[in-house]
Design a protein around this ligand. Sequence first.
Ligand code: ADP
Ligand code: ADP
Length: 228
Amino acid sequence: MIKFENVFKKYDNGVIALSNVNIEIPRGDFVFLVGPSGAGKSTMIKLLIREEKVSGGKIYIAENEITKLSKYMIPKLRRNISVVFQDYRLLEKKTVYENVAFALEILGESKRKINEKVDYALDLVNLGDRKKDYPSELSGGESQRVSIARAIVNKAPYLVCDEPTGNLDESTAWDIMQALKNINDDGKTVIMATHAVNIVNKFNKRVVTLDNGEIVSDVKEGGYYENN
Ligand code: ADP
Ligand code: ADP
């Protein structure tokens, strides 16, 4: 379970990005985070991964209050919650397999375990047959799926995506959504910030709408009807 309790965020320049945000996201949920540009979506994500600190309130992931984690515990937090960004951030000189394996190699896992986990992650994003390709040989959608495989390969229970389809056309975006659906069906909690109205409306999952730093609606199996 992820929980935001009266979360308030004011940046150093005085901008209030979030005020009084309260939300609970149970294990296994799929949640869209929508709202106009500047509403506070990225800020919520940055607070969750402790890229930014709250100015007030508390955030819990499972029973851990991440808002009071000391700096040296942040790497441990990142093993529980992984992130996918709009740009893919792949290592150009490494193959698809190596890009995904890299995170596990740093953790010192055995070659056999790494093989197992990388194959599993690449199958979930339907790229099991592209292991030997380099990023330059991939389309945008394929690149994003590699970055998703890399994010989930360490088996973190939470996956957060910030505009993962932002650079992609709609048909390619659906490949990403299929991958995220597989990952959610596999038991992970998925939180996706997006502007992609069509996707949100057709995907029929929980929709949390932010406006001007506040949650203005939260619907189970909702849609994104606004014109933004
Ligand atoms: P969204 O992701 O919904 O577009 P953001 O969370 O990026 O919204 O931004 C929320 C508000 O906080 C905006 O007014 C934005 O300009 C401001 N903001 C975001 N990041 C920073 C920052 N690092 N410093 C100052 N203001 C910021
Ligand atoms: P084994 O020695 O047990 O056969 P390998 O290291 O040869 O294990 O690889 C097992 C699986 O991982 C195979 O599916 C292989 O294609 C894949 N694999 C391993 N290393 C790489 C790599 N650097 N690039 C692409 N695929 C790899």
